[in-house]
Structures are given as structure tokens and as C-alpha cells.
Ligand binder design. Structure first.
Ligand SMILES: Cc1ncc(C[n+]2csc(CCOP(=O)(O)OP(=O)(O)O)c2C)c(N)n1
Ligand code: SF4
Ligand SMILES: [Mg+2]
Length: 289
């Protein structure tokens, strides 16, 4: 089902993202879906650059720029204060990068999830500390080049969707920019729920991944179609629903389009294919038939 996207112009043009940036594309769809009755919480990241330094924000909603450690705690505090003032209808959304989610902000995120705070937390996952020069995070995939893993990262990407689902929060989902209908539907769904809601959005970073300016959405679709990043939802940590899964396309089609993988040998690509196949075999057992 295609979801209608009503542009409320909460996010304006003229921001500071790289031309073609998929983070800016995702933010546009996320904040316009949440609408004007929204407060955003943003830690240091490309999202903070894109949101802009106050008073020159590119968003027509209040944006609180917090520390890299504290997004979930800041969002939870703001939501509690709004509730206390009778403004429970205002959405509070934290939008953080993978470094601010998988790594530096994880303690605050995990404890907010355990308390089932009434916030939406969206991780714009570009698989590295991109705003500071493309260093590796624990979201960086196996063998990807970053400036701090020049021979390729020797360990695998942390699985944040499964970690968040294990907190048994009401809603966990994966999304990406090549499937904007799916992203909008998930943000709309999260908006209509209460309690802790978490969405991780895969964001091809043109600069950090070595992708052509016009190829972000195509790379994002290939991530799904190769099985590297299946799109799914989890309710209460138990009920899994698959939205878009692998289409039988080899991972090589995804890897070869990105400069961060140009050092890979044929054997390493085969190894990544085996890992992706194995992860998919495990994940697919969780979906309702
Ligand atoms: C505690 C702390 N460590 C380091 C920094 C420096 N810093 C600012 S933004 C950033 C990168 C954040 O990466 P990520 O969250 O993935 O966002 P991206 O830049 O990729 O959008 C870092 C390391 C900081 N602000 N605070
Ligand atoms: S570095 Fe990457 S994520 Fe950041 S603004 Fe540029 S393309 Fe977007
Ligand atoms: Mg990042």
C-alpha cells in the first residue's frame, strides 16, 4: 500500500548537507510526517549540521541540540515536561547518528527503552562517524574502509534492531531511503503509538561510502534487495513482520558500487555473501508465515 506524504514544510531547503545527501532526504520525510506539533532532539552528527545552528535552523519546529551521549535522556525529559504541562499531544523525536546511538549514546538509549519512555528515537545510520571525517563506529560493516580502519573493519556490524527489540519496547523497525513509502508508513505508525518507539534508517553516505551524488537511493535499494538490510517491524519484541526482503541479488552488486569496498578480494566478497545468507536464514525464522 502506498502511503500519502503530506508535505507540511517543517523542513526547509537551503540546509548544509552534501548535495544528494540521503540523511537530508530522510529527515525531510520524517519531520514532515510527524508534523508541526513536534520537538526534535539532535546530538552532534550530520543531522545537527543539516538542522543548522540556531537561530538559523532549517526546521520549523523546536530543535534541541544535546550532547552525543544524551539524546534519549534529553528526549525523555522533554516529553515528561510537556506531559506535566498538559501537552501530551506533542511528539518528541530524537534523531541521532549511528555513533550517537550504537556507541556513545547507547547507555541513555538502553535505559530509556527499559523505562519505556514515551519517545520516538530514530537512528540515521550512515555506518560511521561521518561528520568528523568517516571514522568507524560499531555500525560499520565487516571489511568496510573508514579512516580509522584503512584495511577494512575486522569485526561485524552491531545489530541494533535486534538489540532494541530485545528490550521488548512497543515498536522497533528498520527502514531506508530507497523505500520512502515504507519509511513514511513506519514513522506514521510510530507517531500513533505510545511508549518507546525505535526506527533505524540506513543512510548511504555519499562521501563516507564513496558513492556518486545521484546514487544514494539506488544503493539503499540494493542493500535491501541483496539481503544486507532487510526491512521489517517488531512489536513488543515478539511479533516480527517482513516488509521488504532479499530478491536474490548477489552482495557484489552492492559492494562494487562503493569505494569503501574497492579493496575487497573475490574471497572476501564470497565470505560476506555467506555471512549475509546466514544472517537472513536466522532472521527469516522469526517472521510470521
Ligand atoms: C563524547 C563526544 N565524543 C566525540 C565527539 C565528537 N563528535 C561530534 S559528531 C561525531 C560523529 C558522530 O557520528 P554519528 O553519530 O554516526 O553521526 P554522523 O556524523 O555520522 O551523522 C563525533 C565523534 C563529541 N561531540 N562528543
Ligand atoms: S557526510 Fe554523508 S551523511 Fe553527512 S551530509 Fe554528507 S552525504 Fe550526508
Ligand atoms: Mg554516522
Amino acid at each position: 500500500m502506498a502511503y500519502q506524504f503530506a508535505e507540511e514544510k517543517v523542513f526547509c531547503s537551503g540546509h548544509h548537507a552534501c548535495p544528494g545527501c540521503n540523511a537530508a532526504l530522510a529527515i525531510r520525510y520524517i519531520v514532515n510526517t510527524l508534523g508541526k506539533d513536534t520537538v526534535a532532539v539532535v546530538p552532534p552528527s550530520c543531522i545537527a549540521i543539516i538542522s543548522g545552528p540556531q537561530p538559523l535552523s532549517s526546521m520549523r519546529i523546536p530543535v534541541y541540540q544535546t550532547t552525543l551521549e544524551a539524546s534519549a535522556a534529553s528526549a525523555a525529559g522533554i516529553k515528561r515536561a510537556l506531559k506535566a504541562r498538559g501537552k501530551d499531544h506533542v511528539n518528541v523525536v530524537a534523531m541521532a547518528g549511528d555513533g550517537g546511538t550504537y556507541d556513545i549514546g547507547f547507555q541513555a538509549l538502553s535505559s530509556a527503552a527499559e523505562r519505556n519512555e514515551d519517545i520516538i528515537y530514530i537512528c540515521l545510520d550512515n555506518e560511521g562517524y561521518m561528520n568528523t571525517g568517516a571514522q568507524k563506529s560499531s555500525s560499520t560493516p565487516f571489511m568496510a574502509y573508514t579512516t580509522s580502519t584503512p584495511s577494512g573493519k575486522p569485526t561485524v556490524k552491531k545489530n541494533i534492531a535486534e538489540i532494541m527489540a530485545a528490550h521488548r519496547i512497543p515498536y522497533t523497525a528498520t527502514a531506508t531511503t530507497g523505500y520512502l513509502d515504507d519509511l513514511v508508513r513506519k514513522v506514521q505508525r510510530a507517531k500513533e503509538m505510545k511508549g518507546m518507539r525505535f526506527i533505524v534508517v540506513l543512510i548511504p553516505c555519499l562521501d563516507g561510502w564513496g558513492v556518486a551524488d545521484h546514487e544514494g537511493a539506488k544503493i539503499s535499494r540494493l542493500a535491501v534487495q541483496t539481503g544486507i538490510f532487510p526491512l521489517y517491524e517488531v512489536e513488543d519484541g515478539r511479533k516480527y513482520t517482513l516488509n521488504h526482503g532479499p530478491q536474490g541479488i548477489p552482495v557484489e552488486a552492492y559492494l562494487r558500487r562503493q569505494k569503501r569496498y574497492r579493496h575487497l578480494t573475490g574471497e572476501q566478497i564470497d565470505e560476506i555473501q555467506r555471512m549475509v545468507d546466514s544472517d537472513w536464514e536466522y532472521l527469516r525464522t522469526k517472521f510470521d508465515s
